[in-house]
Design a binder for this molecule. Structure first.
Ligand code: ADP
Ligand code: MG
Length: 694
């Protein structure tokens, strides 16, 4: 048996189970071995029966001195009961409705059982214990027993059974990592690590195995990163020569003075653009730090040189907003700006058909096109696309981004001809360790400075019902002053989306009828069509509403400078960075702004996370805290990154990341196309299809 064999080579694998496993993406023996336990139960201690006591979890070994299977008529229940006896004593065992127990066990057998001891009127008992013949190797009992993530129809017991067989039948698993490297890093071999992660002798061994997998993932991530970097560095891009005086007059035309951080980022971008190899840069900045203005400078430079640029936004609302703010910044120039979304295209301020806009872009007419995913999906072609900017870049997967940058620029022989310059912008600041791990292929510019004269947002946690009333009064005051307010009902997961939408809809009604009957209250949520959303956003921008009730659709970048209050309900359900992002919806104008965090009903009163937000307005600081408190998962939202848990944890491990990075560099220097490391090349291909972090 080898690791690439299909599961059907295993004995006792039935089509039903095979298809259930296939559903989990488990098709080959190797896939199954990579299905790691989520935890272990410690049954490693085998105890004499006279030591059994209620509440203890342990393994016992003995003879089945009594065994019977009964069916209770009333309850239609199958009851299997037995007595297990060793030299020191005995204990009762019962199983409910488990037909196979009666088929496998019988009186006189020697078995081991593992489970939790409880006590009922008849004495000590083990209910539904795991068991196996005493002559067998310990798989289900008498060890750290692996427990796998629950899936319908696939029990942990069944998986343990299959995996135990695999290790008996399998030849040695070839290790992609060079032996020298494994030795140098004191890591276990792949075979050893796989065995130990499923069947560890003790906890320490399982941790060492995990370390190996964490290294593997980080190593692949760095290889991928370096490979992409090399690909783009080797490619040709259109150099955009700086035109300082035009640039200066454009900067002078902006309605504000650039911050030092904006200046520095713009300078780095402009010098990248001047080269004939593609820029690959991440603009890592806090909410409200003014990323759009920096993007505008890059767009301006490219437009001046007569080439085209595309700016991608994650939602239609945001694309529309970028379109409007950039149109304002570029109003005095002669550059044409277009908008391209699924249902809506604008050219020269006019709504046009897709076809019209497509042919205009192909003819090189609009200098700048702002769009959504549709721009990727529709295979838009340009006459001369020199720059791509992606806003809120974590929303776009690796593959999409690669496709965007590569596909339309391959010549017929598959070589990269001329690749556009690439600038990514974050939605919220990303901590250093994470950016190093995940964006190692990008140069990074930090916008860690806020525009001057910006008043920090005053943040308060509502601690009781009286606070809520105060908040309502406060909202009313602000609205009387001419301000507007957001009330956020966060949308957590897709499975809960409907419920949350209902909550927002119901809450909107309550607010409208009972709390603020005299005010105008709008509603926006994720289940609305994008055109409907746009109508609502526009109305809010034009002050047709005083209050906007929203689910998390407002999370990203919406700019309503007149809004001065944001209330976030169920705030404890969110990551800090996300809350910080919500909070950034206000404080965008000249008005002192306020953020009220209302914890959910069941939230504990002591909430370190919310308090961190009350104390700090520094997005980078908050991001570091969030990373420490919640781990990297919080930065990638509910969407699966594709990285296993063992690797997620190590995204914060600077030492491991640096190690993986330097080893990946060494390997690629010696063997740039991984010709001499086919197994690594293969793992890397698997990795690429699996991970969507960037
Ligand atoms: P983000 O980085 O979150 O995308 P934006 O680019 O939307 O931030 O900028 C937030 C607000 O700050 C906008 O209204 C913008 O006009 C304003 N702004 C940007 N740069 C400056 C600056 N240097 N001085 C004052 N206001 C600025
Ligand atoms: Mg923005």
């Amino acid at each position: 048996m080898t690791i690439n064999d299909p599961l059907s080579t295993l004995p006792l694998i039935k089509p039903l189970q095979e298809s259930r496993l296939a559903h989990l993406g488990i098709v080959t023996i190797f896939d199954l071995l990579l299905h790691f336990p989520s935890r272990y139960e410690d049954y490693s201690q085998t105890l004499p029966l006279d030591q059994a006591a209620p509440g203890m979890q342990a393994t016992f070994a003995g003879t089945l001195t009594q065994f019977s299977v009964q069916r209770s008529f009333k309850q239609r229940m199958l009851l299997t009961s037995a007595t297990l006896t060793d030299e020191s004593g005995s204990i009762r065992l019962i199983w409910f409705n488990q037909k196979f127990v009666g088929q496998v066990l019988s009186q006189g057998m020697e078995i081991r059982v593992s489970g939790k001891v409880t006590e009922d009127r008849q004495g000590l008992v083990l209910t539904s214990p795991a068991f196996e013949r005493a002559t067998r190797d310990a798989t289900h009992t008498a060890r750290l027993v692996p427990v796998y993530p629950e899936t319908s129809g696939i029990t942990s017991k069944y998986l343990r059974y299959l995996i135990a067989i695999i290790f008996k039948k399998l030849d040695t698993i070839p290790d992609p990592l060079p032996e020298k490297l494994i030795e140098k890093l004191h890591l276990p071999s792949l075979h050893r690590a796989l065995f130990d992660i499923h069947f560890p002798k003790n906890e320490e061994v399982s941790l060492i195995a995990k370390k190996r997998f964490a290294f593997d993932e980080m190593f692949l991530l760095q290889l991928k990163t370096l490979e992409m970097r090399a690909l783009y560095q080797g490619a040709h891009a259109t150099p955009i020569p700086p035109r300082r005086s035009d640039m200066q007059s454009f900067i002078a035309s902006l309605p504000f003075t650039l911050t030092r951080a904006q200046d520095a980022a713009a300078a780095a971008i402009l010098s990248d653009l001047a080269l004939d190899r593609p820029m690959n840069r991440l603009l890592n900045g806090d909410v409200g730090s003014g990323k759009t203005a920096v993007a505008a400078l890059a767009l301006h430079a490219v437009s001046l040189s007569g080439h085209q640029s595309a700016l991608l936004a994650p939602t239609e609302v945001l694309a529309r907003q970028h379109f409007e703010s950039l149109s304002r910044l570029f109003a005095h120039t002669h550059f044409q700006i277009a908008l391209y979304t699924k249902n809506y295209q604008l050219l020269d301020g006019e709504k046009v058909s897709k076809k019209t806009l497509l042919s205009a872009l192909a003819a090189g007419m609009p200098s700048i096109v702002i769009g959504t995913h549709a721009l990727l999906q529709d295979k838009v072609s340009f006459r001369s696309l020199a720059l791509i900017i992606v806003d809120e870049q974590h929303r776009f997967g690796v593959s999409q981004r690669a496709r965007l940058q590569e596909e339309s620029f391959r010549s017929d022989d598959g070589q990269l001809e001329s690749v556009p310059h690439f600038l990514a912008m974050t939605a919220t600041p990303i901590p250093r360790t994470l950016s190093l791990a995940c964006f190692g292929n990008l140069d990074i510019s930090l916008l860690n400075e806020m525009p001057k004269n910006r008043k920090p947002i005053i943040t308060r946690i509502a601690r009781n019902h009286a606070d809520r009333t105060k908040i309502e009064d406060f909202i009313r005051q602000e609205i009387t002053k001419g301000r507007q307010a957001f009330i956020i009902f966060p949308l957590i997961e897709t499975s809960l989306a409907l419920k949350d939408v209902k909550a927002a809809v119901a809450e909107h009604e309550t607010l409208e009828k009972e709390i603020f009957p005299d005010l105008r209250i709008g509603l926006i949520h994720g289940k609305m069509k994008s055109q409907e959303k746009e109508v609502v956003m526009k109305a809010f921008q034009e002050r047709a509403f005083d209050i906007l009730v929203a689910t998390s659709v407002v999370e990203v970048g919406i700019d309503i400078p007149n809004a001065s209050v944001i209330v976030i309900e169920e705030a404890d359900r969110f990551g800090l960075s996300q809350l910080h992002q919500f909070r950034g919806r206000v404080g965008r104008g000249d008005h002192q702004s306020y953020c009220f965090l209302i914890p959910g009903e069941h939230a504990s009163l002591e909430n370190a996370r919310l308090e961190a937000l009350e104390k700090s307005s520094d997005g980078f600081h908050i991001a570091e805290t969030d990373l420490a408190l919640r781990g990297p998962g919080s930065f990638f939202g509910t969407r699966q990154s594709g990285l296993p848990d063992v690797a997620m944890e190590s995204l914060t491990n600077l030492k491991l990341i640096s190690l993986a990075r330097s080893e990946a560099e060494t390997l690629l220097t010696a063997d740039p196309s991984l010709e001499r490391h086919p197994l690594i090349r293969h793992s890397l291909a698997r990795f690429t299809t699996r991970v969507h972090m960037e």
